[in-house]
Write a new protein. Structure first.
Length: 186
């Protein structure tokens, strides 16, 4: 299957294509087949509903070629091969910023896959001159997400948008902090 891929010590990250996004929306078994993984139990991961799946599909359908990768990525454990979650960017860079998000299947929590995926995507994003800052939003009650962002070098900078009727916390990671902290190799 062609497309963008990133390898980490334990994961293979595959950037969504229109074909993959359509399969995720209509048939998780077809998605698993396209990704050459067993059919994942409990797909999609938390906070990834049909609305977010449609958002990523519409992003891909209208995206210029230079926006490849600035959308959804599927996170695959390399050994044993399994789809463990997804991560990615909510849109192409705007005014030097991109927003990252991530979600692992509940059965895959506490293995560090989210941190590993986010670090890989941060490195990938900062390879692009158009990205000066990566932004993230999370609910204060999602302590594992708050800790993931801290491990990846993000700093809280204020309140974010409403999500599930609650106010999120806005986090940012500027390019200089990422480079100075050598975050991608920790």
């Amino acid at each position: 299957m062609p497309g963008l891929r990133l390898l980490t010590p334990r994961l293979e990250l595959v950037a969504a294509t229109i074909e993959l996004a359509r399969a995720e929306l209509s048939n998780p078994a077809a998605l698993a087949s396209l990704l050459d993984v067993p059919n994942p139990t409990g797909w999609p991961p938390p906070l990834n509903d049909e609305g977010s799946q449609r958002h990523f599909l519409s992003l891909l359908c209208g995206a210029p070629p230079d926006a490849a990768g600035f959308g959804l990525w599927f996170c695959i454990c390399r050994e044993p091969r399994a789809l463990v979650g997804n991560a990615g960017f909510k849109d192409a860079p705007r005014e030097g910023s991109v927003e990252i998000g991530y979600s692992m299947l509940e059965a895959q929590h506490r293995y560090g896959y989210g941190t590993e995926a986010v670090r890989a995507l941060l490195g990938w994003a900062f390879e692009h001159e158009a990205v000066d800052t990566v932004v993230a939003h999370t609910l204060p009650a999602l302590k594992p997400s708050v800790h993931l962002l801290a491990r990846c070098g993000f700093i809280p900078v204020g309140v974010g948008p409403l999500e599930q009727g609650m106010r999120t916390i806005r986090y940012e990671l500027p390019r200089a902090r990422f480079a100075d902290a050598n975050i991608k190799t920790k």
